[in-house]
Design a protein around this ligand. Structure first.
Ligand SMILES: C[S@@+](CC[C@H](N)C(=O)[O-])C[C@H]1O[C@@H](n2cnc3c(N)ncnc32)[C@H](O)[C@@H]1O
Length: 327
């Protein structure tokens, strides 16, 4: 059976007994959310800034899209100061079932809600939105088909016109044999987020590449049990591909975003106070336990902002309707 990559990913990840409906993501790979609670603290700081900018409304949303095991949503809720917590409405959005032991006040849905006033955060969501793969031939781009049972590939038809237009604008291929992941479904997914946001900020965080530096062979990859594996879409492993966040940004603007910042996690987290600074050595003598705690925290911060690691992720941050920048 030959499928397009988009159909094969959809079935392998979210179909009956699909990878994400069956598995706990943290058993297979490490995200910023799982790396350290420092990440949730930084998201809380972003939420506080959005709340201030919105004038502390009676209800402020935190919507975590692709919430996985709910760790980020629960972490922000637990750390929120009382004056914010009493007004905070936290929603986890995931196709996976509601995690056990999630605090009761966290709502759980399978689709992006409407009427959001507050902060949307989507950490490593878009890279799991299924995409088609195209390969350049002497006659132009052709879809790549895959056999889900073993990952074997062959070429199929020309992509549909909308996908050809997307490729021409966002991922032009030059030489025969080059491959591209057609990011249009990610643009549409992000459009639904901006459309659901009435006032506030939406942030997508992911492995990303810019239009002038796309990888010539694409980025399709598989992960299982903490290791990279061949991306066979048989439901046994995660299937992921890096995100054309610049294309998502343009889609967000068409959907009504009024400001856009596209930066790295390193820059974004540093602006939120995550610096990786080590504690002063004198503290080792005056407060040895505090020193060890501070040292552990600084190494967690360093992991989150490491240029060659999580710090190299893209942060796409867009706002909807006027949100004054906090003073
Ligand atoms: C890589 S995990 C990230 C989990 C968590 N955000 C983290 O950073 O640890 C991606 C999650 O996105 C979810 N997901 C993918 N497509 C989705 C969609 N269209 N709607 C809701 N959730 C989706 C998957 O089920 C999975 O739990």
């Amino acid at each position: 059976m030959w499928l397009t990559w988009r159909d094969a990913m959809e079935h392998a990840l979210y179909g009956d007994n699909g990878f994400y409906l069956r598995e706990r993501p943290s058993g297979h790979f490490r995200t910023s959310v799982g790396a350290s609670p420092v990440f949730a603290e930084a998201v809380l700081r972003e939420l506080v800034a959005v709340d201030d900018a919105l004038g502390a409304p009676p209800v402020i949303d935190l919507v975590d899209i692709g919430a996985g095991e709910g760790v980020l949503a629960a972490g922000v809720l637990a750390a929120a100061p009382p004056g914010l917590r009493s007004r905070l409405r936290v929603t986890g959005v995931d196709l996976a079932h509601r995690p056990a032991r999630l605090p009761e006040e966290i709502r759980w849905t399978a689709s992006v809600p409407d009427g959001i006033h507050g902060l949307v955060i989507a950490n490593e969501w878009l890279d799991n939105v299924p995409v088609d793969v195209a390969e350049q031939t002497a006659d132009g781009p052709r879809l790549v088909l895959v056999d889900p049972s073993n990952g074997a590939e062959r070429l199929g038809d020309r992509p549909q016109d909308a996908d050809l237009a997307w490729l021409a604008r966002w991922w032009p291929m030059r030489a025969a044999g080059e491959r591209a992941e057609i990011g249009r479904p990610r643009d549409e997914a992000w459009t639904s987020v901006i459309a659901g946001l009435v006032r506030g900020r939406a942030v997508a965080i992911d492995y990303a590449h810019p239009v002038d530096d796309r990888p010539p062979c694409g980025t399709l990859a598989g992960y299982r049990d903490g290791a990279a594996v061949a991306p066979v879409p048989d439901g046994s492993c995660d299937i992921t591909a890096h995100v054309a966040l610049d294309a998502c940004a343009a889609a967000g603007e068409r959907a009504g975003a009024v400001t856009t910042v596209l930066t790295t996690q390193r820059q974004a987290l540093r602006a939120l106070g995550v610096t990786g600074a080590r504690p002063p050595v004198e503290q080792a003598r005056s407060d040895p336990r505090g020193y060890l705690r501070a040292l552990a925290r600084s190494s967690e911060e360093a992991e989150l902002i490491a240029t060659e690691g999580l710090g190299g992720f893209g942060w796409l941050s867009q706002t909807r309707l006027p949100v004054a920048q906090p003073g």
